[in-house]
Design a protein around this ligand. Structure first.
Ligand code: SF4
Ligand code: SF4
Length: 104
């Protein structure tokens, strides 16, 4: 029997590419006011339209890119963060950009 072997390891906890792709990425969309209220203000952008980023990196991202990362607000993260799936188009685009700076 031949087992399928993944050609790429999509381990989010050793990646973080989508969380550091663009300051325009972690924007709010269909979140309710109650959901937004659960996100600590220190991580929200000045225009209140999304997550606060520094050099395209979300301020809620903890750790070292490409090594070990985590989301400090994982349980209450925005919808865009919930819908990005390892291996989807956005993921691949973000990983491609990051791979130019960090070896994944
Ligand atoms: S969804 Fe993709 S780009 Fe985002 S952390 Fe996971 S593997 Fe990395
Ligand atoms: S809120 Fe969390 S999951 Fe979303 S971009 Fe920031 S660090 Fe990544």
């Amino acid at each position: 029997m031949t087992l399928a072997v993944p050609t790429e390891d999509f381990d989010c906890q050793s990646c973080g590419a989508c969380c550091s792709y663009s300051e325009d990425w972690p924007r709010f969309s269909l979140e309710t006011d109650e959901e937004l209220d659960r996100i600590p203000a220190e991580y929200v952008s000045a225009d209140l339209g999304g997550m606060r980023c520094e050099d395209n990196r979300c301020s809620a991202l903890d750790g070292k890119l490409g090594v070990h990362v985590g989301c400090k607000i994982y349980a209450v993260r925005p919808i865009v963060c919930r819908t990005c799936m390892p291996g989807d188009d956005e993921c691949l685009m973000a990983r491609h950009k990051l791979s130019q700076k960090v070896l994944l």
